[in-house]
Design a protein around this ligand. Structure first.
Ligand SMILES: O=C(O)CC1=CCC(=O)O1
Length: 268
């Protein structure tokens, strides 16, 4: 296991493959998850890339740290981690709040970002009312009290079968996040609006969404893609909000094709 002290927070991260001569792919995960959600994607990419995974503050094995949080706090952590690792000019793949962190990282530290893979995310996610209601619920009754409604957003009915052991595992992952870190990240989501910043993105960008995403549905992700100059847009079939878990093969193909164009240009 690898840990770094970044902005007074212990951050859990992992590097797979040396950053020496390979393009660097950085993965930022979503609310209520840790970096294990990327496993089935990275096993398909490892070898061709240096891969950086990390648990954002308040999640996984990283510290909760000082509250409140903003999206800028999260992106400052990611910038600090990449500086610590001497990574520059990476391809940043962010899922949901991880996609907001990726956009914010580009806004604040464009030297760190070669391209953006924005997965099931948007320039703005949810409303103040919906985030405040969620914060109040988890602070009063724990994350268990929202697990069923969140799973309906994360996964399709086909994945949510009771006999699917992976479904049970991802329920555990959500429930085991610290309430304080979860609620603070909900507040950061509530306060984040990257609409103006999206129009200024000037690196290759792809927006990807599961066709049954219940949190950032295809129409929302498409509206973000339309804000970002020259952004591509792809839909993953038979996936909810977390295609890296539900459709890792299809998602990896889209990522690989996009990264090929970023690194080598359009094929004739
Ligand atoms: O929990 C959800 O509703 C899904 C989600 C929204 C932002 C994020 O990171 O995950």
């Amino acid at each position: 296991m690898q840990f770094a002290r970044i902005n007074d927070v212990t951050i859990h991260y992992q590097i797979i493959g040396g950053p020496a001569d390979k393009p660097v792919l950085v993965f930022a995960n979503s609310l209520g998850t840790d970096f294990r959600i990327w496993r089935d994607v990275i096993v398909r990419l490892a070898g061709d890339f240096a891969i950086v995974l990390y648990d954002k503050r308040g999640h996984g094995l990283s510290d909760v740290g000082q509250m409140p949080y903003s999206i800028e706090d999260h992106s400052t952590d990611l910038a600090g981690l990449l500086d610590f690792l001497s990574v520059k000019n990476a391809i940043i793949c962010g899922l949901s709040v991880g996609g907001l962190i990726a956009q914010s990282l580009y806004q604040r530290r464009p030297d760190l970002v070669q391209a953006l893979i924005l997965c099931d995310t948007a320039h703005k996610i949810g409303t103040a009312e919906s985030w405040n209601a969620r914060i109040a619920k988890v602070e009063a009754d724990g994350i268990e009290s929202i697990v069923d409604s969140i799973m309906e957003r994360w996964f399709t009915p086909a994945f949510r079968r009771p006999e699917n052991i992976a479904f049970a595992g991802y329920c555990n992952m959500l429930i085991r996040q610290p309430v304080a870190g979860y609620a603070a990240t909900c507040a950061a989501l509530r306060d984040a609006d990257l609409t103006e910043a999206a129009a200024k993105i000037a690196v290759p960008t792809i927006c990807i969404v599961g066709d049954q995403d219940g949190s950032t549905p295809p129409e929302l992700v498409l509206s973000t893609a339309k804000l970002i100059p020259n952004a591509r847009y792809e839909v993953i079939k038979d996936a909810g909000h977390i295609p890296c878990v539900e459709q890792p093969e299809a998602l990896t193909e889209v990522i690989r094709a996009f990264v090929d164009v970023v690194l080598h240009g359009e094929q004739a």
